[in-house]
Design a protein around this ligand. Structure first.
Ligand SMILES: Nc1ncnc2c1ncn2[C@@H]1O[C@H](COP(=O)(O)OP(=O)(O)OP(=O)(O)O)[C@@H](O)[C@H]1O
Ligand SMILES: [Mg+2]
Length: 240
């Protein structure tokens, strides 16, 4: 398997506030990697540093063999780094379809193949097809999350980074979304998924745990760290 993303000793923060103090992780092509950790661990900040929203203070990011450190967020996105942000980033005054088609801006291929992908995504998320012309504000939280995923997928990312897709959603919806990420993996989409819900352990191939802005544990083989221990330590007993 080819390494898609290699992140070494990332340091970054906000203004003068240092938040990341050594985040190290990697993602191989074709897998789902989960990043776990308590509130405030630096998970969202890590994704922001990876997508270039936040400047890197030190460390390195290599994506598809290229050093990303000096690349703009737009260049990273154009290279295939997708980011479903915390809180979904849906523009509620636009329609479902307009939100979805925002993903088109990164495509350099023709209208036909974009239309094919759009159709495929609407097959994957039938509820979006039903609401296509309605304002995005009329969608439930879970449906908005589906829209955010679909919009990112329309860019055909080589790596899809998803920040707490479970936030505020009922467990049954969360499990549906997890199953979908698994299905996407089987269709070839690689994902780096930040989560607090234990259900992610059922779909991910490997895990990294952040705490205090550092990588404190990694499960490189899928077995090195007991999954039950992970749940107890980082996700709360109630999720077991
Ligand atoms: N925009 C910001 N400005 C200043 N500090 C911030 C900002 N966003 C986050 N922080 C701080 O950075 C630290 C890490 O936050 P981050 O959002 O990365 O954590 P997280 O692991 O994603 O947590 P959660 O599970 O609650 O989403 C926290 O101490 C937080 O207060
Ligand atoms: Mg977060």
């Amino acid at each position: 398997m080819r390494l898609l993303l290699v992140v070494n000793n990332l340091e970054s923060g906000y203004g003068r506030l240092r938040v990341l103090r050594g985040v190290t992780l990697n993602v191989e092509e074709g897998e789902i990697v989960a990043v776990l950790g308590p509130n405030g661990a630096g998970k969202t900040t890590t994704l922001r540093a990876l997508s270039g929203i936040l400047p890197l203070w030190s460390g390195s990011i290599t994506f598809l063999g290229r050093n990303l450190t000096k690349e703009s967020p737009e260049a990273r996105a154009a290279m295939g780094l997708g980011h479903v942000v915390e809180g979904r980033g849906i523009l509620t005054s636009l329609s479902v379809e307009e939100n979805l088609m925002l993903g088109r801006s990164l495509r350099r291929d023709g209208a036909q193949s974009i239309q094919r992908d759009k159709d495929h995504l609407l097959d994957l998320f039938p509820v979006l097809r039903e609401r296509l012309k309605l304002p995005a504000s009329s969608l439930s939280g879970g449906e908005q999350q589906m829209l955010a995923l679909a919009r990112s997928l329309l860019c055909r990312p080589k790596l899809l980074m998803i920040d707490e897709m479970s936030f505020g959603l009922a467990p049954i919806i969360v499990n549906q979304l997890f199953a979908l990420v698994r299905q996407l993996r089987d269709e070839g989409t690689t994902s780096l998924i930040v989560e607090q819900q234990a259900g992610v352990l059922n779909i991910c191939d490997r895990t990294f745990v952040l705490s205090g802005g550092r990588t404190v544990s990694q499960d490189d083989t899928g077995e090195a760290v007991s999954r039950a221990d992970l749940v107890r330590s980082y996700l709360g007993d109630s999720e077991e």
